[in-house]
Ligand binder design. Structure first.
Ligand SMILES: [Zn+2]
Length: 332
């Protein structure tokens, strides 16, 4: 089968062996896959991963393990699915405490120890899967993973007394967070760099400003950093009020990486001085994301700026890195 693989460099593998589902797993045929900033980080050697890339998907369950129960077969085979990217053991102390997304033996689809969805076929445990509701198109369901993360970030916020929330960054993560948080009882604005993305904010009725135009007055109750760069946290510290909260969603660019040189690291002393709460936020619930899509609460289709065939994945990854792109989708 066709698969986009990274070992020491990106390679379009035209004769990758099709995976076989293990016990408790499903073999899934990819219908849509989204290129994320973490995929670009893998392709640049910034994330220590070797294997088939890709973790944002909408797919169809092709078949289960030969020993799967009749009930499971009936439940899953032929169904359209999205899924959680964290493959967990279910047995370690963290899994038993309800912190399974932090499982000590965790593998992550297309990012850590598990081949991903930039392929014709891939596997995931059944317990990771969630059926896509009929009214949610594949083009929408492929956003389930980043949308789940945005919903999770919003769930970490206590929106009491109509707080001022600033979202930093106008990539997919920022644009999804802005839509979700605009539904809270809060005053939400997005700071970005790309005027074409402000048009989307206008459509959604969300305030927006160019990142260079804002005063750094320590007056925001909550700042959500979706910039993907170390500078985001520095700016967030200049915007947040004393005893305010910063939600850090940035993971893609390590401090001092080749991509975003920052040899001095991030000065965290403002966190102490202003007694700021810093909250890291990562993955959320796929069922919550699919429910939000089914209810029409989130507008994701305008985020698709380009489509490419899996056979053109190398070129698509190059394109996805351009600042005018929001979400580039791969299709079979
Ligand atoms: Zn575990």
């Amino acid at each position: 089968m066709l698969a986009l693989r990274y070992t020491t460099q990106l390679l379009l593998d035209r004769s990758a062996p099709a995976p076989t589902p293990g016990p408790g797993e499903a073999l899934i045929r990819t219908r849509r896959a989204g290129i994320a900033s973490s995929d670009l980080a893998v392709s640049r050697g910034l994330v220590p991963f070797s294997g088939i890339l890709g973790h944002e998907f909408a797919g169809v369950v092709e078949r289960l393990h030969p020993e799967a129960s009749k009930d499971d077969r009936k439940r899953w085979e032929g169904k359209r699915v999205a899924g959680s990217i964290n493959i967990i053991c279910g047995q370690c102390d963290l899994c038993r405490k309800g912190l399974s997304t932090h499982c000590r033996a965790r593998k992550v689809l297309g990012l850590y120890e598990k081949d991903g969805c930039f392929a014709e076929l891939f596997t995931l445990p059944l317990r990771n899967l969630c059926e896509i509701p009929p009214k949610v198109h594949d083009d929408q369901a492929v956003f389930a993973e980043p949308l789940a993360a945005a919903i999770h970030a919003a769930q970490m916020i206590r929106a009491e007394g109509k707080p001022y929330i600033t979202i930093l960054g106008d990539g997919v993560s920022g644009l999804l967070c802005a839509q979700i948080m605009a539904r809270l009882n809060a005053s939400v604005r997005l700071l970005g760099k790309h005027p074409e993305k402000f048009t989307l904010c206008e459509k959604w009725g969300i305030k927006h400003r160019h990142i260079s135009e804002v005063g750094r007055r320590h007056d925001q109750d909550i700042v959500v950093d979706c910039t993907g760069s170390p500078e985001g946290l520095t700016l967030a510290q200049a915007l947040v009020r004393p005893r305010g909260t910063i939600i850090l969603k940035t993971t893609a660019a390590p401090v001092g990486s080749e991509e975003t040189p920052n040899p001095h690291g991030v000065d965290l002393s403002p966190l102490v001085r202003d007694e700021v709460t810093l909250i890291g936020s990562r993955c959320g619930s796929i069922p919550d994301a699919l429910a939000a899509l089914a209810s029409g609460a989130v507008d994701v289709l305008p985020l698709i700026t380009r489509r490419a065939k899996l056979a053109e994945a190398l070129e698509a990854l190059r394109l996805a890195a351009a600042p005018d792109q929001i979400k580039v989708l791969l299709e079979p």
